[in-house]
Design a binder for this molecule. Structure first.
Ligand code: SF4
Length: 295
């Protein structure tokens, strides 16, 4: 099962930006083979054509409004209405990949203006559609293409996206045996992100209270996203860190991160044994010569 990802349509799917442009993002393009994209352009959906005069988020009497400065028109109600209808109509979704800085799609870095047209200081916030997505799906990975240029943010986005998707697939046919196997398969990944949550998940999966399977899955599914709430452990010196290297991570350009971990673990193993080379044949035989992808 491929993850279902709602994506801003202008990120390589249509010439729908206000000026008729399209943004070719190499990472979005690379992801196409691995996820099921659901492109959407909220501004076109509320009837704004292409090309169109730009819109912006303006703080008016303590409320954020979507305004088109050249015409003085406001589109807040239309945008909020569309966001509510669109997001509530999604039968299944595993994540969002939205356009940075957009007054509609932005998730964290949107400029907010005051009524006189000045940018408010320290006002980087969400666009209206981005805010609605974050509010409705607080436990899903919601990122923008700008932040995903950071490899650590990208890795967390992918790890969370694919793990939650596999769990969604599992929950379609819930059995305790399948849950046990899922937990065993993801244990090291979860350990790298959040050990307390990993252990909590283990206890839920052990089901010592003999709860009904549906209840166990509900509890496991509620906890699982929390494991990715913060970045993985900063230390890469544990040999554990090299083990969860699924093929999709490599295919998506994560070889450099894996190499860093291998090198770090290798150095650690070397110093532990007081020699110049690792005594661990797995670490010793790994090559890190793959080029670092541009994006
Ligand atoms: S950022 Fe969002 S609203 Fe703006 S053009 Fe792209 S998809 Fe459309």
């Amino acid at each position: 099962m491929k993850p279902i990802v709602v994506v801003s349509k202008c990120l390589g799917f249509a010439h729908c930006r206000y000026n008729g442009e399209i943004i070719e993002d190499p990472f979005v393009r690379r992801l196409r083979d691995f996820v099921e994209f659901r492109p959407v352009c909220p501004e076109m959906e509320i009837g704004l054509g292409v090309p169109r005069d730009p819109i912006r988020v303006v703080l008016v009497e303590g409320r954020l409004r979507l305004v088109q400065p050249t015409t003085g028109k406001e589109f807040s109600e239309q945008m909020n209405g569309f966001a509510e209808a669109h997001l509530s109509g999604l039968a299944a979704v595993d994540g969002f990949l939205l356009k940075s800085r957009s007054p509609s799609c932005g998730t964290r870095d949107v400029r907010i203006y005051n009524e006189t047209g000045n940018v408010l200081p320290s006002s980087k916030r969400q666009g209206l559609f981005g805010a609605a997505a974050l509010a409705r799906f607080p436990l899903l990975p919601v990122e923008d293409e700008g932040r995903l240029k950071n490899f650590l943010i990208r890795e967390r986005f992918l790890a969370m996206l694919f793990t939650l998707t596999r769990f969604r697939e599992l929950a379609g046919e819930p059995t305790m045996a399948r849950l046990t196997s899922f937990h065993a398969r993801h244990k090291l990944l979860l350990l790298a992100y959040n050990e307390p949550v990993m252990r909590q998940l283990g206890r839920v999966g052990a089901n010592e209270g003999h709860k009904p399977v549906a209840e166990v899955f509900r509890e496991y599914g509620r906890l699982l996203p929390l494991a990715f709430a913060s970045p993985p452990l900063a230390s890469r010196s544990s040999p554990l860190a090299v083990r969860p290297s699924p093929s999709w991570l490599l295919a998506l350009g994560f070889w450099p991160l894996t190499c860093l971990r291998v090198r770090s673990a290798s150095r650690s193993a070397s110093s532990a044994h007081g020699s110049s080379g690792s005594t661990n044949p797995t670490l010793r035989n790994r090559s890190c010569s793959s080029p670092i992808p541009k994006n």
